[in-house]
Write a protein that binds this ligand. Structure first.
Ligand code: ATP
Ligand code: MG
Length: 649
């Protein structure tokens, strides 16, 4: 990527220092960076000791067969014991682990002592159903407390879970069950979405026609809706768990025991089954949650709004927070049920102090209007987090002003399913934050930006984000496909992990994520990032959301095509389109002016809320639209096509 093309990401120059009181009491200070840079492995060995090991590891990293890493290989631990039992043994059994908030308004608070009983009973139930250490269990559940219990029960007995997002179709579920060769499926009759019960079990029934290896289906009763039942195969969760003992002795598993397989979001193509193991994964999930959210388990109330079906739900609802003894909120439903203030109402109700959500949600809240959060008491909040996509400065500032009362630090956390835990992020008590930048690799993590020839780029330039040293929670392979693991991540730049994301370093050396490498456009010989053009568009008062793609163009190589959703009051007109084009030209330079701007009412997003630009590229280039199985709402593509004049320009 050339320098001049990566012009300043908007003109937001404000910097935000950490609040003095937060900095003074922060879990992690600037000393961590120094310590980790002097002795990276010693630093991680120390973080591993935050956990409770049955056998303490003596070896930190075995990198003798790269890119296949082993961390803490001679140590043994039980991940579920670390997330549950040890807090009870430390005298914190009465602390609430989970405040569950159902969409219809039902709620339940579960203490660590109760969680220990429930996880033990579920572990005993899995054993009774013939699940053994080393087996795989597929989990297809709504956002209910049983999802957490099911994951921990698997971890406890050493079975790897493969959580499949509850909104996926039967085909998507079937292919994931087959790929992981799961022998048991845990599901529910349904869950509540948008004010009504939404069935889950029928998708499993349909999927299992193609998965003969599945012996049993455990069914949680959530909605009470009518379901079909296969005798001998299907078992009610409540029936089998309630008759189990609440005692289960956690076995110590090897640090490299597989903990879970999780398929990536599928934003760019066919999902990959990412394998994570136990000791290193838990070390980094736990440390980053402690460091980046400055979690004080006695006083904080933490809420991560992700679904358990995504890696964010794994690392920052289950393993990170629970290993740290956090009290957290889990919410089942959608943010606009029964009204658009539901999130803020939940924060007010539980006194949430730390909120972790995604840019797509933040932009939606902006679109709904400032007056909605203003009706609620959000004064308990002290740290706000963002994950999933680059957060544009406009949304960052809105988040801080309207949700964080203009004072809470924002941590923009870059990481992936593959990295298992956060990699690049500010530290709330240390970093002077810059809206739109994830800024700096966390202590113990080595990241940089390189050019096509693998040379590190100087400050002020852009290129490809790479990770230069192995890290504890790194993926161990792609399940069943070591070669694809090597090819996808370790072949582009010798000895370095290729993340697939474009990035630039600013004059201070801070990192700005620029979206996926596949999404970078080449216009008249200039590399232009979709993220920057999108940020410029959203910076205009009439634009609520935007997605930008490069379409093949006879004269310029690629031409910039932008899809925009307008804000409530704005209306589509030739004048507005011209104004938006000029606005981008003024902000980023004339080369970045979109050739076409198309006004639409929806954008195609994955189930985790990420924009699927490849589908828009299909439209922009007049092709048949590609694979849409990971799309949140498959009708969106038809809607968009119907909103565009045929042969439009
Ligand atoms: P697939 O790999 O199947 O196409 P995916 O990459 O969307 O799917 P995830 O692992 O869920 O699946 O997402 C990781 C990606 O999300 C990162 O590679 C990056 O593109 C984006 N991302 C996550 N957090 C941030 C962030 N804070 N800033 C910028 N981008 C982010
Ligand atoms: Mg990816």
């Amino acid at each position: 990527m050339s320098n001049e093309s990566l012009a300043n990401l908007l003109k937001e120059e404000r910097r935000f220092a950490p609040p003095a009181d937060l900095a003074a009491a922060a879990n992690v200070t600037a000393a961590a960076y120094t310590q980790a840079s002097e002795d990276r492995l010693g630093f991680w060995a120390e973080q591993a000791r935050r956990l409770s090991w049955a056998v303490e590891p003596t070896e930190t990293l075995d990198w003798s067969n790269p890119p296949f890493a082993k961390w803490f290989a001679d140590g043994k631990l039980n991940v579920a014991y670390n997330c549950v039992d040890r807090h009870v043994e430390a005298g914190n059994g009465d602390r609430v682990a989970i405040h569950f908030e159902g969409e219809p308004g039902d709620s339940r608070s579960i203490t660590y002592a109760q969680l220990k009983d429930e996880v033990s009973q579920a572990a005993n139930a899995l054993l009774e159903l013939g699940v053994a250490k080393g087996d795989r269990v597929a989990i297809y559940l709504p956002m209910i407390a049983e999802a957490v219990v099911a994951m921990l029960a698997c971890a406890r007995i050493g079975a790897a879970h493969s959580v499949v997002f509850g909104g996926f179709s039967a085909d998507a579920v079937a292919s994931r069950i087959q790929d992981a060769d799961a022998k048991l499926v845990i599901t529910a009759d349904g869950g509540y979405r948008r004010g009504k019960p939404s069935a889950l079990k029928p998708a499993i029934d349909e999927a299992l026609a193609k998965c003969p290896q599945v012996e049993h289906v455990l069914v949680v009763r959530r909605t009470g809706q009518e379901i079909s039942w296969t005798e001998g195969r299907d078992v009610w969760w409540h029936e089998i768990t309630q008759r189990q003992s609440t005692e289960h002795t956690p076995e110590a598993h090897d640090a490299e025991q597989p903990l879970f397989i999780l398929y990536t979001s599928g934003t760019t193509g066919k999902p990959k089954g990412i394998l994570h193991t136990s000791g290193g994964y838990l070390t980094q999930a736990s440390y980053t949650h402690h460091a980046v959210f400055d979690l004080k388990p006695e006083t904080d109330v933490y809420w991560c709004t992700a679904d358990i079906g995504w890696v964010t739900g794994h690392s920052y609802i289950v393993y990170g927070p629970l290993s740290n003894g956090a009290t957290q909120v889990i919410y089942e439903g959608t943010p606009d049920t029964p009204h658009q203030g539901r999130f803020w109402e939940i924060i007010q109700k539980y006194g949430v102090t730390i909120l972790y959500t995604a840019p797509t949600a933040i932009r939606t809240f902006m679109k709904w209007g400032d007056d909605i959060p203003a009706q609620f008491d959000l004064s308990s909040l002290r740290i706000l987090g963002s994950v999933g996509e680059p957060i544009n400065p406009e949304a960052w500032i809105w988040y801080r002003e309207h949700i964080g009362a203009g004072k809470t630090p924002i941590v923009d956390t870059w990481w992936q399913t593959e990295t298992g835990a956060m990699m690049i992020s500010p530290l709330p008590g240390v970093t002077e934050t810059k809206p739109g930048s994830a800024q700096r690799a966390l202590p113990g993590i080595s990241a940089t930006v390189v050019d096509d020839e693998a040379n590190e780029v100087p400050n002020g330039s852009g290129g490809y984000l790479v990770l230069t040293e192995p890290w504890p929670s790194m993926l161990r392979t792609i399940w069943g496909d070591d070669q694809r693991y090597i090819d996808t991540y370790w072949s582009r730049f010798q000895g370095r992990y290729f993340a697939g994301d474009g990035a630039k370093k600013d004059e201070d050396g801070d990192i700005w994520l620029l979206g996926r490498v596949d999404d970078v456009m080449l216009v008249s010989g200039h590399n232009i990032s979709t993220t920057e053009v999108e940020s410029a568009l959203v910076g205009h008062p009439s634009v609520a959301e935007s997605a930008v793609v490069g379409a093949t163009d006879a004269t310029t190589g690629q031409a910039i095509v932008a899809f925009v959703i307008l804000r409530g009051t704005a209306s589509d007109s030739d004048d507005l389109i011209a104004e938006l084009r000029n606005h981008v030209g003024k902000t980023l330079g004339p080369i970045a002016k979109p050739k076409q701007i198309k006004v639409v009412s929806e954008l195609p997003k994955t189930r985790s809320g990420k924009i699927m630009r490849r589908l828009l590229r299909d439209i922009a280039e007049g092709r048949e639209v590609g694979d849409t199985t990971t799309l949140a709402d498959s009708s969106v593509m038809n809607l968009i096509q119907s909103q565009l004049p045929t042969g439009s320009d």
